[in-house]
Every structure is written in structure tokens, then in C-alpha cells.
Design a protein around this ligand. Structure first.
Ligand code: ZN
Length: 148
């Protein structure tokens, strides 16, 4: 089995048996994302306490890449600081867009790197980024609220 098969397997596994599916009760952040090009939909709920992602869940429907990406994202951001999550977002975005970037958090062994192959398919980048974009938007909105 080569690396591409392994990556494909990771994506299919998370698509079939997504992690953190559902809705976080009394969430601090609730945000929806849509990718009309593919018909992917996602709803994220997050609980943030003291600058840390205490809980995150997603609900949605769509292609394997969009749903697997959401599942993997929830696993990777749960328990992390908001500042770390922002860095992770940047790295993931660079990776799926195929941009050269120093990766501090995502290495070859990390499941998130399963999405690096998406960069060869520009229409799929939106699928992979859907949950991440929603998460970033939700966090920024929440931070702005507290600045006021
Ligand atoms: Zn899609």
C-alpha cells in the first residue's frame, strides 16, 4: 500500500465514521458553512473557555472530502488554544492549496496530511476548506464580540 492509498483510506474512514458528530449543548459559537459548487453543508458548534476549544461538534452533509475534513478538524482542534488553532488553520490552508510553507504542526505522519493531495484538484480545495473556513469565521466573530 502506498501513501496515496493510505491517505484515501483515512478520508474514507472519517467519512463513514465521523468523529464528533452532533451539536454541542449551549455552544458559544454556532456557525454554518456552505459550498454551493459541490453541495456540501456544515454546521459547527464550539464551546470556548479561557481561550481553549473545550468542545466542538459538526453536523452536515456532502462529499467525502468535506465531511472527512470536518471530522478530522474537530479531532485536531479540540483541547487546543485558539492561538494554536489559528496557526493550524494557516498550515492546513497552505497545504491544501499546494503552497510552499513551513509546517510545524502537520507532518507526513499526521492524518491531516491526507488532504495534501487535494491541491491537485482546485474544485476540491473548497470541499476540504469548508469546515476550516467556518471554524475560523466563527472564532473571529466570537473574539470580536469580546473586544467590544
Ligand atoms: Zn465537496
Amino acid at each position: 500500500m502506498d501513501l496515496d492509498d493510505l491517505y484515501q483510506e483515512i478520508i474514507l474512514e472519517h467519512y463513514k465514521q465521523p468523529k464528533n458528530q452532533g451539536v454541542v449543548p449551549q455552544a458559544d459559537i454556532e456557525i454554518e458553512g456552505r459550498n454551493p459548487f459541490c453541495g456540501d453543508e456544515i454546521k459547527l458548534t464550539l464551546k470556548i473557555d479561557d481561550g481553549v476549544i473545550k468542545d466542538v461538534k459538526f453536523a452536515g452533509s456532502g462529499c467525502a472530502i468535506s465531511q472527512a475534513s470536518a471530522s478530522l478538524m474537530t479531532e485536531h482542534i479540540k483541547g487546543k488554544k485558539v492561538s494554536e488553532v489559528k496557526e493550524l488553520f494557516q498550515e492546513f490552508a497552505h497545504m491544501v492549496r499546494g503552497e510552499e510553507h513551513e509546517h510545524h504542526h502537520i507532518d507526513e505522519m499526521d492524518e491531516l496530511s491526507a488532504f495534501h493531495g487535494v491541491s491537485a484538484y482546485p474544485t476540491r480545495v473548497k470541499c476540504a476548506m469548508l469546515a476550516w473556513n467556518a471554524m475560523k469565521e466563527g472564532i473571529e466573530r466570537e473574539l470580536q464580540k469580546h473586544e467590544k
